[in-house]
Write a new protein. Sequence first.
Length: 357
Amino acid sequence: MKSLTERDGLLLKNWYIAALSREVGKKPIQRTLYDTALVLFRNNDGKVSCLNDRCLHRHAFLSKGEVFKGELVCPYHGWLYDHTGQVSCVPSEGPESKPSQNLKLKSFPCVEQDGVIWVWMGPSDNNTDVPCPATPPWRFPEALNPDWISYFMITDFENEVTNLAENFVDVPHTIFVHRGWFRDEKAVPKKVPTVVETKNGAVTVTYFQEEDEFSWGAKMLLNPGGHPMTHTDQFIMPNLTRVDYNFGSKNGFIINSQISPVSTLKSRVYTYIAYKIPLFGMLFKPIISFYTRKVIEQDTVIMKNQGDCLRSDFRTTFRSTEADEVHKEIERLRHYGVKGDSKLMSYEGKKEISFWI
């Protein structure tokens, strides 16, 4: 089997979340993207840098060292690296030595915004380390809106981006995987008219069923007034999903997941949750946090199930039904992304379907 990096091809040329801002403090930390160990640390100005986590000298993990005056110190022989990856000091060479300019680690462009640290993993079109676009285009919805309460969750999955994205916007599985937590298992089955539209590198799914609702517990938390619920799902290339639930004009609930590829059948998901409850919204945060964590843990189990099955036989021979239209469109866009096909942004499709839940 080829490595994840080989299989994902030109998908490397994107921004991926490496950590939450709060995770990078006074000490360096290690994160892995596309089989590459990275070290993140802050310089004296508090700006985050991202370097290859492998000392040039004797290949120790720099993330096991420390930060001294804004520079990274190797724990083995004390070599110092500045925020660009340049070796600034080799202690064994004496205090007056000037290390060669060739002693420089690979650095990765990184941007800190909306409470997360994004890293650019691939070269740009001109084969330099300058990313395109220059900054991560995604901004987390309602992050700056004081009427909304938001938080992040981090979850490790034993599966890969395409399968996880499909799971996060899949409605039929909620009856079985999230039985009693997400939807009411005792509800009468209903046919759901749906439109799946693909455009500009994104898939949008709109569900036309105003009487749709959560399980009793979730309804009491997010929609105690019993307002009609509207529901849309989105997949945004290369690795983002957004699920929106709106209850009337005052209440809302957003699940925005960014899936960071770690290695074969391993991913780390940064889930951004935002909700709007007019009265006492902050008081509900511990309960909503517990609820969302429970639901995500249920997904980790079924995604591991699928991942283990793929580990034994990596060939995919899926047999899809009409309810899987969004899955097929996600796979289409991801395929275009791997190849660098211009159809990624130019392809458009729209299909009306229906399925039962």
